[in-house]
Design a protein around this ligand. Structure first.
Ligand SMILES: Cc1cc2nc3c(=O)[nH]c(=O)nc-3n(C[C@H](O)[C@H](O)[C@H](O)COP(=O)(O)OP(=O)(O)OC[C@H]3O[C@@H](n4cnc5c(N)ncnc54)[C@H](O)[C@@H]3O)c2cc1C
Length: 389
């Protein structure tokens, strides 16, 4: 039996019931639907409930993140940047891999360039291995791209162009995804703002049909056991205006809580943060630390002349928080109008109901795109106003 069938049966309550067993034979034929009606607290999407629109430039590299050690005179530089739309998901993994590379060095004093999710987690992984760490960064939370993230566990989102993948890179990616998935699970709770949420992937095409879920299409890249199980709610089984709703459990990160907790942990373990901008690699060689981990995100483009790095502008519109909303969505806009949209995404957080998402490759402006904002909010309003409650 393939996994999809298994998942579907799990959803129907058939797995473990023993299809040919006594219980199944003696039970009366069901006269009511097997699944209780799905009731979800409604999202109150309205123009007057918008509290902010934020913009972040994802550090996109068509051939994927860079994770390798290099030499600059006597300084060892370990690069760890270019995580595209997946940095919140993958950073614990690439951070641990970078820290393990650092263990080959005699010194136990390290500098980390960058104080976003990638820099902070790399710094913690170094500290766990006995390094004294200073973070140097021109901006710190709440003023990093990481703070502008939607921040679901989406390890393959906007990460790499398939035709540029190599087996070596794929292996690094898989290792990073495995590590991160485990680390984030262990952080679940209020202190780090990491939690599990039901996500509904809305689609008018049946599960498995091409194009109904970008994540689904990446299955060969992401190991199957890192894809949380789920099942498809058929027409009539869910309150959404789409034909199908693919339900799964997803890790959710609340960036402002998470990054703040990481900063506190880093300092509690003896870390130091210095606000500083570097304009050329020579300045790194002059640091007192003989080991530098470069987690400068999009900043690596200018600092190290990596022209492959490009911004992928993303913006989020945030509505007044609603404590009672405990579910999220992803999927196609209801009218099928996908111009410039990645699909629509909603995630509730303590700081608001977050609506996404856009990706404009090569766009450097950090001003909200008003037209995209209108389209995202309108698409969300169309979904929630058509929901059966
Ligand atoms: C709208 C949006 C939605 C997203 N959704 C998700 C999602 O659902 N899941 C997910 O996993 N990811 C998501 N991402 C992507 C994720 O946010 C990024 O991959 C991640 O934040 C990158 O982290 P970073 O630490 O590399 O970069 P940043 O957070 O940008 O940190 C870079 C750090 O380097 C410093 N720096 C840079 N240049 C220099 C320099 N020259 N000198 C000194 N310091 C320097 C900066 O000041 C900063 O401290 C999303 C992003 C956006 C914008």
């Amino acid at each position: 039996m393939d996994r999809r069938t298994l998942l579907k049966m799990g959803g129907l309550g058939l797995v473990g019931a023993g299809l040919g067993g006594c219980a199944a034979r003696s039970a009366p034929a069901p006269t009511t639907p097997q699944r209780p009606p799905l009731r979800l607290a409604p999202v109150r999407a309205a123009w007057d409930r918008i509290i902010r629109t934020t913009v972040g430039l994802r550090p996109h590299r068509p051939s994927g993140f860079v994770l390798c050690a290099d030499k600059l005179d006597d300084t060892t530089v370990i690069h760890n940047y270019g995580h595209g739309g997946s940095g919140m998901s993958l950073s614990w993994g690439t951070g641990r891999m970078a820290a393990e590379m650092a263990l080959g060095h005699d010194s136990r004093r390290a500098a980390v360039i960058g104080c976003g999710a990638v820099g902070l987690t790399a710094a913690r992984q170094l500290q766990r291995r006995g390094f004294a760490v200073t973070i140097y960064a021109m901006s710190v939370p709440p003023n990093t791209t990481s703070n502008m993230s939607f921040a679901g566990f989406t390890p393959t989102a906007g990460l790499v162009d398939d035709d540029l993948r190599t087996p070596a890179w794929d292996a690094q990616f898989r290792e990073a995804a495995e590590i991160s998935y485990r680390e984030l699970q262990l952080l679940a709770g209020t202190r780090f703002g990491v939690s599990w949420i039901d996500r509904y992937g809305l689609s008018d095409t049946p599960p498995g049909a091409a194009g109904n879920d970008a994540e689904e299409e990446r299955e060969p890249l992401l190991p199957a056991h890192l894809r949380t199980g789920g099942f498809t709610l058929e027409p009539g089984e869910h309150p959404f205006p789409s034909r199908y709703a693919m339900r799964s459990s997803q890790l959710r990160i609340e960036p402002s809580i998470y990054l703040d907790a990481l900063v506190h942990d880093f300092i509690d373990f003896g870390g130091r943060i210095e606000i500083r901008e570097f304009t050329e690699p020579r300045e790194l060689v002059a640091l007192s630390e003989p080991l530098v981990v470069n987690c400068s995100g999009l900043g690596a483009r200018d600092l190290f002349g990596d022209d492959e790095l490009l911004p992928a502008k993303g913006q989020l519109t945030v509505l007044v928080p609603q404590e009672e909303v405990d579910w999220g969505i992803g999927g196609d806009p209801p009218d099928g109008d996908n111009r410039g949209l990645l699909g629509i995404h909603m995630q509730p957080r303590r700081d608001g109901i977050v609506l996404g998402g856009t990706s404009e490759r090569g766009e450097w402006s950090q001003e909200p795109n008003q037209e995209a904002m209108q389209r995202i909010v309108s698409a969300h309003m169309a979904v929630y106003s058509a929901m059966r409650v």
